[in-house]
Design a binder for this molecule. Structure first.
Ligand code: ATP
Ligand code: MG
Length: 353
């Protein structure tokens, strides 16, 4: 029996609903396989906890978390806590504390899902987002706060080491895919320092991967290419901010924000990696039982791959595709199914296979 210890942080809003659904599906998968089991340990690290106790993560919390094989995360964000506090105190504290520097976001139109984009069937991208520095380094300040001459600065920090390791990661990922193609995205015409460093290091690293075909785009231009020529791209590597934006675009183009997964990887495996759907806590639909749980199922597939459970990962992905193809869809995809309907259907499918 192969056993994996999973730390579960449902967080806020629909994060709680979709992670609950994901756990059910993972349990169904384990039961079916017979030689696989998950030990889930729940952590109540959420905005509600912050409002009650003044902290998202208790003292020693990260240390405790570091002993798990993976982290399954829902969403963080509340109308009662400023977003820059909730994000930094919980999600970024984990990503940065565990050096999860590679954020990986696949985008693909699943069977039966309607994209509003013509030609969207050819979307098969993986966006690699630098996840530890850049525009989200937390550097900057405000002076003369509250006065008319107030100034706010936000300093992007790019280290050669940080840039090189994300490029190497992206090249290796591109190398493992059939098309072996990697697009570098920066804004080095207008930003003369960090972005130029990104470009230079990219072309240096490229020499070690001669079998990967490469090209380069400015971030503004790549948005039009994603919409007009989606078939021309495979793996995309970009900074923290740029890839954040591009991956929301990619998710919308491939159907719905409710479907897309992401992995925050610590490639050296010195700390656990964290897996989460890309959507947020979605206050507008929280508590109604209508959130699309497919993003959290696909997230579970990425977690299984990371845990070395490739057979279970393939099984779950196939079940997700049969589910979307069946037309049973939540409201965001134009259907009327509830989170529970979708979860029950996929669990039943897994049991049948
Ligand atoms: P964050 O700041 O945490 O990224 P956000 O404000 O960008 O959050 P989301 O919470 O991701 O936004 O929601 C954006 C929109 O997408 C909302 O209208 C929400 O209802 C919808 N949405 C997001 N996730 C889902 C889902 N799983 N199922 C259905 N609709 C979703
Ligand atoms: Mg968002």
């Amino acid at each position: 029996m192969r056993s994996h210890r999973i730390a579960v942080i449902p967080g806020d809003g629909i994060g709680q609903e979709v992670i609950e659904a994901g756990k059910k599906v993972l349990s169904a998968l384990a039961e079916k396989s017979g030689d696989l089991c998950f030990e889930f340990v729940d952590f109540d690290w959420s905005s509600q906890r912050y409002l009650e106790k003044g902290e998202y993560i208790p003292a020693g919390g990260l240390d405790k978390l570091s002993r798990f094989d993976a982290i399954y995360f829902g969403a963080v964000g509340s109308q009662d806590v400023p977003d820059h506090i909730s994000l930094w105190e919980l999600r970024l504290a984990i990503c940065q504390g565990f050096d999860q520097y590679a954020n990986v976001r696949p985008a693909r139109v699943l069977p039966g899902v309607n994209s509003r984009l013509k030609g969207a069937e050819s979307i098969d991208w993986i966006i690699v987002r630098e996840n530890s520095e850049g525009e989200y380094s937390g550097n900057g300040g405000r002076v003369h706060q509250g006065f008319p001459d107030e100034v706010g600065t936000e300093v992007s920090v790019f280290t050669k080491k940080g840039v090189e390791r994300i490029h190497r990661f992206a090249f290796q990922l591109a190398q493992s895919r059939p098309r072996k193609q990697l697009t570098l995205v920066t804004k080095s015409n207008a930003q003369r320092y960090g972005m130029v460093l990104w470009d230079e290091v990219f072309f240096e690293v490229a020499k070690d991967y001669p079998d990967v075909s490469i090209d380069r785009e400015l971030v503004d231009a790549v948005t039009t290419r994603m919409v007009l020529k989606p078939e021309t791209m495979d793996v995309i590597v970009a900074t923290n901010l740029h890839a954040d934006i591009l991956s929301d675009l990619a998710a919308a183009l491939s159907g719905s924000l409710g479907i897309a997964p992401t992995a925050n990887l610590n490639p050296a495996r010195t700390f656990p990696s964290m897996f989460e759907p890309i959507h947020g806590s979605a206050f507008d639909i929280a508590g109604k039982g209508i959130a699309n749980p497919v993003g959290s199922f696909w997230t579970a597939v990425m977690m299984l791959e990371h845990l070395g459970e490739s057979t279970a990962a393939e099984r779950l992905m196939a079940a997700i595709e049969r589910l979307t193809a069946s037309g049973l869809q939540t409201k965001d995809l134009g259907g009327t199914a509830t989170t529970r309907d979708v979860t029950q259907a996929i669990c039943a499918d897994i049991e049948r296979q």
